[in-house]
Design a binder for this molecule. Structure first.
Ligand code: HEM
Length: 178
């Protein structure tokens, strides 16, 4: 082998080694950037943002209205308002750009005499709705973990599960038109 050829071989070996090292460092950097971005992503974003969360709340409300364990409690509820408030609440809890404007959980549920079985039924309905909208199970669980601390406000000790007759007053009948 000529001296020039030996030098070329040496140089190209050297360069390949450096390039490999560079690629490894660049790869590690990219991995760290992606991992860090994931760590900073809000739960709201992981759920899929406004579109997925709103669709989930809509679907959950439909499922809930078919669920005989809890549907009767919503007999007189303004469902459009309920959906708007539940969306705001979940969005805010998940770190999204919302501000919950409804009542406290205690205030909203105090006359419903909610029990643990009903609380679990609603959680189950929410899981099913998340699933229908393709939200990953570990993301669903993160949302549930944020709702769990609300249980003592929603559930009444010794709750019968049957709302007080005036729990959700019927809306006033529309004024008779002339
Ligand atoms: C983690 C569990 C729950 C959450 C996050 C939640 C959330 C909410 C929110 C945001 C509202 C609207 C508040 C307002 O009107 O100012 C609401 C109202 C209501 N919730 Fe819940 N809720 C939960 C559990 C339950 C359960 C287990 C039941 C039934 C057994 C229930 C029945 C109702 C009813 C009937 C209303 C409407 C009350 C009305 O129209 O005045 N909720 N809930």
């Amino acid at each position: 082998m000529t001296k020039a050829a030996r030098m070329f071989q040496f140089n190209s070996g050297f360069n390949t080694m450096n390039i490999n090292k560079l690629l490894a460092v660049a790869g590690l950097g990219a991995f760290l950037v992606v991992t860090n971005a994931r760590a900073e992503e809000t739960l709201f974003a992981q759920i899929g943002g406004e579109a997925t969360l709103k669709a989930t709340v809509d679907t959950m409300t439909d499922i809930m209205l078919d669920d005989e364990r809890i549907n009767f409690t919503f007999a007189n509820t303004d469902l459009a308002k309920f959906k708007k408030l539940l969306y705001e609440q979940l969005c805010e809890l998940a770190g999204g750009p919302c501000k919950y404007t409804g009542r406290t959980m205690f205030e909203a549920h105090k006359k419903l005499n909610t029990n643990n079985a009903q609380f679990n039924a609603l959680a189950e309905d929410l899981y099913i709705a998340f699933e229908k909208h393709g939200v990953p199970y570990r993301v669903q669980n993160k949302m549930m973990a944020l709702l769990a601390p609300l249980q003592p406000e929603v559930v009444k000790k010794g709750g019968t599960g049957v709302p007080d007759p005036d729990a959700v007053p019927k809306p006033a009948p529309a004024a008779a038109s002339k």
